[in-house]
Design a protein around this ligand. Structure first.
Ligand code: HEM
Length: 179
């Protein structure tokens, strides 16, 4: 039988977006980076946990390049998971700064058919190296995905304790499914 990916179904495929804006910490305050990116969402099947919980999962890989020099400056991977019985969504994130995040939340279908997914976590959902814990500690993460047909918009906020401030590191983009 085909697996039902529920609110994640519309994400399966390859999305590209050219209008990204990154606001990142900088020793002098803030740096802003315009970016383009590709996110590939691939069905990863279903799993059961402790014979009780069933999850379906999409693997994703997000590759983000700075417009100013065309270099990849953010590479992120993980899973989006859905627990149908609780109608709960989970996102796992791994980035090569030795930071991993596990956020959870829910998906809603709006009256116009848009699917809105909100996930978040406080510091309890963050695993980071001793270096990052000391020097650039992620203290919370939240993200909203809005899927309108083949158009995906996201906005995410990562709070980072760095350079003596709790910095609001944000990333936002609008992508279109190309395959
Ligand atoms: C499109 C997504 C993202 C982009 C383009 C991006 C980009 C950046 C950039 C340019 C910096 C500054 C790096 C530097 O100063 O050398 C930075 C810092 C940081 N980012 Fe992100 N980021 C993204 C998402 C995330 C996410 C999802 C997390 C964690 C959940 C995260 C965690 C951090 C941390 C902890 C730092 C502080 C490290 C530092 O500045 O020295 N970022 N990011």
């Amino acid at each position: 039988m085909d697996i039902d990916y529920g609110p994640l179904t519309g994400l399966i495929g390859t999305f590209k977006g050219e209008k990204g804006l990154d606001i990142a910490p900088d020793p002098d305050g803030t740096e802003k980076n315009a970016y383009y990116e590709t996110i590939v969402f691939t069905p990863a099947g279903d799993v059961t946990n402790a014979e009780e919980q069933t999850l379906v999962a999409l693997h994703y890989h997000q590759i983000v390049s700075r417009k100013s020099n065309n270099e990849v400056f953010h590479d992120q991977t993980g899973y989006w998971m859905w627990d149908q019985s609780k109608d709960e969504i989970f996102q796992s994130i791994a980035i090569p700064r030795v930071v991993c995040v596990l956020a959870n939340g829910e998906a809603q279908t709006e009256s116009n058919g848009d699917i809105v997914i909100n996930v978040s976590t406080d510091v309890d959902g963050v695993l980071q190296s001793p270096f990052m814990h000391k020097k650039a500690k992620t203290t919370s993460f939240k993200q909203t995905f809005t899927l309108k047909g083949d158009t995906l918009h996201y906005h995410e906020t990562t709070m980072v304790d760095i350079y003596g401030n709790n910095f609001e590191h944000t990333d936002t983009n609008t992508l279109v499914k190309i395959s």
